[in-house]
Design a protein around this ligand. Sequence first.
Ligand code: FAD
Ligand code: SF4
Length: 495
Amino acid sequence: MSHSDSSALAALAKTAFAGIDGRQLTNKDRMTLPVQDMPCQDPAVRAHNMSEVAVGYTEEQARVEAARCLQCKNAPCVAGCPVAIDIPGFIGLIAKGDYRGSADILRTANLLPAICGRVCPQEKQCQEPCTLGKALKGVDKAVQIGRLERYVADLERASGGAPLPAVAPSTGKRVAVIGAGPAGLTVAADVRREGHEVVIFEAFQKPGGVMVYGIPEFRLPKAIVREEAEKLEAMGVMFELNTLVGRTRPLGALLKEDGFDAAFIGVGAGLPKFMDIPGENLVGVFSANEYLTRANLMRAWDKSHAATPIYPSKRVAVLGGGNVAMDSARMALRLGADEVRVLYRRTREEMPARAEEVGHAMEEGIIFDFLSSPTEVLGNDKGVVTGLRVMTYRLGDPDESGRRSPVAIEGSEHDVAFDTVIVAVGNESNPLIAKTTPGLNVDRKSHVLVDANQKTSLEAVWAGGDIVLGAATVILAMGEGRRAAAAINGYLKGK
Ligand code: FAD
Ligand code: SF4
């Protein structure tokens, strides 16, 4: 097919559902429509600013991308979505230009579509089983469901946002939600709608969890998260910020002394893991959590307004191969580093980070040292980082995760100069709540144990999100929140 044929089809796709051209697209036509790329800021420019990297589809692109959807009867994409959004339904309405109707469909299943459209790993969820992607032999050729979700959600935001959900008359029942991440915010919305009083207790000074302190502004503008929290406030949800449950007040006291009828634990997995190598306590070594929290939550990047000091870095090493490592590396570049290198023990193929994020990082000039990992952090006599002793690896046989495991090459150790090291090798559950709540069953990693309805071992206490799953995703945390809220509402009805 020539380029002009495909452009003519794209023009037709834009109008076909409105009936202007009088010709409907066939499935064969749809399969020849080009995937619509996401317009992005120029890498050389965006590497030095905090504005969002992806700027979003134009209306024309959204209509053409929506017209690629084959409207499959069995819709395998829906089965791949953790909250079962009616994907052909919302995309079909975009193709027809009915954006409000499309947003209505999205919102029935997903409380945070503008956020999920930006950060969900669609290539492993809804887009992975997409019939079109399978037919065209590449998940990158699947219908770009996340980009379309973002388009509709942004249009709705720009037009003043969705109407506030109705709140039932007061029941007099009170629910404590611990943690204001996506799991806690979802529970709060669904429980408040039934007329119960909801108080969210949050350790930090802003609600949003990792969406605020972890994922950087250039991937997820904080204004979007703030709007969602404001919506909850407008529905009557109350926030008790700067409150660390388990230290400021134990969970048991909320239920037994403060008059709460039920509680939800959504405290995430905010405890950083380290490599356990010599020198990790030197000045200039950060956990990715601390580094990103300073930059995001305390706006260290906004040097002329924020009081948060930033560590002056010129040569930065980031250890790890996941999304957190990509965010840290790209943040370090934006905070002024001259050179940022990601050290990862395997190769690009085994990296757990989203392919799109790795691609963006590479475009921005981040250097990847694959098959490399440090055995020691080197420092000077003042206790300050001067570099890393790095071992080189080769790939051996697959391990239990199915990925080929790294095998150290004897005698390959060499020293590389760095002034900053960011450790991004994973997060674990914070054991505070488990330690201060007698009778709450957890596993050996302090993950709270729950049944199929997110109910814990304690009467009137539910849990969900990363504190149950280990470090997972926003949409999985929301899905668990939804399930827990339904169970809490059922419990309070019967009480
Ligand atoms: P969290 O978001 O961690 O929220 C928990 C909240 O509880 C926090 O605000 C915390 O301060 C509060 N809290 C903790 N202890 C207490 C206490 N004792 N008392 C009161 N409050 C407490 N997922 C994606 O889907 N896409 C991505 O692109 C993505 N990128 C990521 C990038 C980074 C840097 C990180 C760290 C994670 C990323 N994730 C991503 C994962 C995702 O953000 C999490 O899976 C999700 O936020 C978990 O939600 P949650 O509600 O369970 O917990
Ligand atoms: Fe559309 Fe792909 Fe879902 Fe089929 S599987 S309905 S083509 S998004």
